[in-house]
Design a protein around this ligand. Structure first.
Ligand SMILES: *Cc1c(COP(=O)(O)O)cnc(C)c1O
Length: 363
């Protein structure tokens, strides 16, 4: 089989060693005469996988002891509900938001159904191509939290530093740049991410929550919506998404094997520089609308001189063994999502293809 370079925004490319290991042990796990997905989630075998996924997360991200690590079904989108329901369920009935693109808008809309939302920054006038200077953000004293989206997957913008918010916890959706670079976990009250970009299969979210934030969560929620209940049971209150967590454990072992967060960060810098350089040196043939300081290392967006050329470009990349380069339907253009598992060779192949395409197809 020849694998294509898969630039899809998510679900997306995963490390080949993780896929191959899972394939090799899929029908029979550890000599037990059954697959891991056929076993009780209380079995010794699955418990070890579950525990290791949590421990690897703690180790790779350097998560301090006063944070709980949860794996919850429902993806990042369920977190758009759980965060306001848990964190605005106590004495504080408002939160602060930065509205920086498509994903922040969705989280913002859900939070607004639960409490009052103060908008500290709205990127609308700049077409969501900019981020605020973190030092200019002044949180409201009565806010339960400030919500950020560290990387806007559709717009291709990524935060590079974090605001100072005093006693107000920062809650951050890191779905599309989770574990792609070191982050100071201690600056955040809650970090969450849908798994299907850098961590594993879709359908599960990783949630990292500080103990004092957890203690402040509402007690009045139904069981599945309550962080407290999931935390008390180490994400085993109900049957967890066992296959997803099993795959995440394999992906995390791979992250460790390539040097942890420093390792994957270097790869991301290398890959993204290859493509941004072609864009910036194309004399305007390719244009990236995002200012250099806000550019994402995970999702690179660009336009060609016409929609016809964009369609031709996407078609020809497919024939050349590269998939997923069509931009999101809401913004058009092209987009290359290059998460942790994208080999540098994939970025090189794309960069070479872009140069050749520009030379062959005059505007
Ligand atoms: C993909 C994505 C989501 C949605 O994740 P689901 O698991 O599909 O709910 C949320 N936020 C960001 C930034 C994303 O990239």
């Amino acid at each position: 089989m020849s694998r294509v370079y898969n630039f899809s925004a998510g679900p997306c490319t995963l490390p080949l060693p993780a896929l191959e290991e899972a394939a090799a042990e899929f029908v029979e796990y550890d000599g037990k005469g059954m697959s891991i997905i056929e076993m009780s989630h209380r079995s010794k075998e699955y418990s070890a996988v579950h525990e290791q996924a949590i421990q690897l997360t703690r180790k790779i991200m350097n998560v301090p002891d006063n944070y709980k690590i949860l794996f919850l079904g429902g993806g990042a989108t369920l977190q758009f509900s759980m965060i306001p329901m848990n964190l605005m369920g106590g004495s504080k009935k408002s939160c602060d938001f930065t509205v920086t693109g498509s994903w922040a808008k969705k989280a913002f809309a859900d939070a607004g159904k639960i409490g009052n939302v103060n908008v500290l920054f709205d990127g609308k006038d700049e077409n969501y191509m900019t981020l605020p200077d973190p030092s200019t953000l002044k949180v409201s004293s009565d806010a339960a939290y400030l919500h950020l989206t560290s990387n806007e997957t559709i717009g291709g913008i990524e935060w590079q530093s974090w605001p100072e918010t005093g006693a107000v916890p920062i809650v951050c959706d890191m779905s599309s740049d989770m574990m792609s670079r070191p982050v100071p976990v201690e600056k955040f009250g809650v970090i969450y991410a849908g798994a299907q970009k850098n961590l594993g299969p879709a359908g599960v979210a990783l949630v990292i929550i500080r103990d004092d934030v957890l203690a402040s969560c509402s007690d009045d929620l139904t069981a599945y919506l309550s962080y407290k209940i999931h935390a008390e049971k180490d994400s085993m209150y109900n049957t967890p998404p066992v296959f997803c967590i099993y795959m995440i454990q394999k992906v995390l072992k791979w992250v460790e094997s390539v040097g942890g967060l420093e390792g994957v960060q270097k790869l991301a810098e290398e890959r993204s520089a290859l493509v941004y350089d072609v864009i910036d040196q194309s004399g305007g043939y390719f244009s990236c609308p995002v200012q250099v300081e806000n550019r994402s290392k995970m999702n690179i967006v660009w336009r060609l001189p016409s929609e016809e050329l964009e369609a031709k470009f996407v078609k020809e990349t497919l024939a050349a063994g590269m998939s997923g380069l069509k931009g999101h339907r809401s913004v058009g253009g092209c987009r290359a999502s290059m998460y942790n598992a994208m080999p540098v060779e994939g970025a090189k192949a794309l960069a070479a293809f872009m140069k050749e395409f520009a030379a062959q197809n005059k505007a």
